[in-house]
Design a protein around this ligand. Structure first.
Ligand code: RB5
Length: 145
């Protein structure tokens, strides 16, 4: 199950990603925005998605204009490893090395085609499980205590 959320600046890319998930028969839940509202605030959607992931141990996709606000907000939640990705290399490392459970995308800076492609890659990659990457993630977990 994938939980998705976006503010107004990520709204259109979120809708394209939802189309991709639907045609690929990948289950998802949309935490909004449910309509375009220039006045909405990205932390509200980050909160909804991250709290759901904390309960259900699933993954999420968060989109705002640059992806930075969503990444900052999401990483405040215990157990969340949110990575801002904008190309193949960043999404590869986010999945294989960082074991990112939240993919953050910059809706204003990448095309919808690229956004969908990055989601597809992220969903198909797996954490490498290598000792050095586990060790690094454990060190980050230690910050949460
Ligand atoms: C909204 O205008 C914009 O600030 C927001 O989407 C995001 O880019 C923040 O990081």
């Amino acid at each position: 199950m994938i939980f998705v959320g976006a503010d107004h600046a990520g709204f259109e890319l979120k809708e394209s990603i939802k189309k991709y998930l639907t045609t690929s028969e990948i289950s998802f839940e949309d935490f909004g925005a449910h309509k375009l509202n220039e006045k909405d605030d990205y932390p509200d959607f980050a909160k909804l998605v991250c709290e759901k992931i904390q309960k259900e141990s699933d993954r999420g996709i968060l989109i705002c204009g640059t992806g930075q606000g969503m990444t900052i907000a999401a990483n405040k939640f215990k157990g969340i490893r949110a990575s801002l990705c904008w190309n193949e290399e960043t999404v590869t490392v986010a999945a294989k090395h960082n074991d990112a459970n939240v993919l953050c995308l910059p809706g204003r800076l990448i095309s919808k085609e690229l956004g969908v492609k990055l989601v597809k890659l992220w969903l198909n990659f797996e954490f490498s499980g290598e000792v050095r990457h586990n060790r690094r993630i454990e060190k980050i977990r230690g910050f949460e205590a």
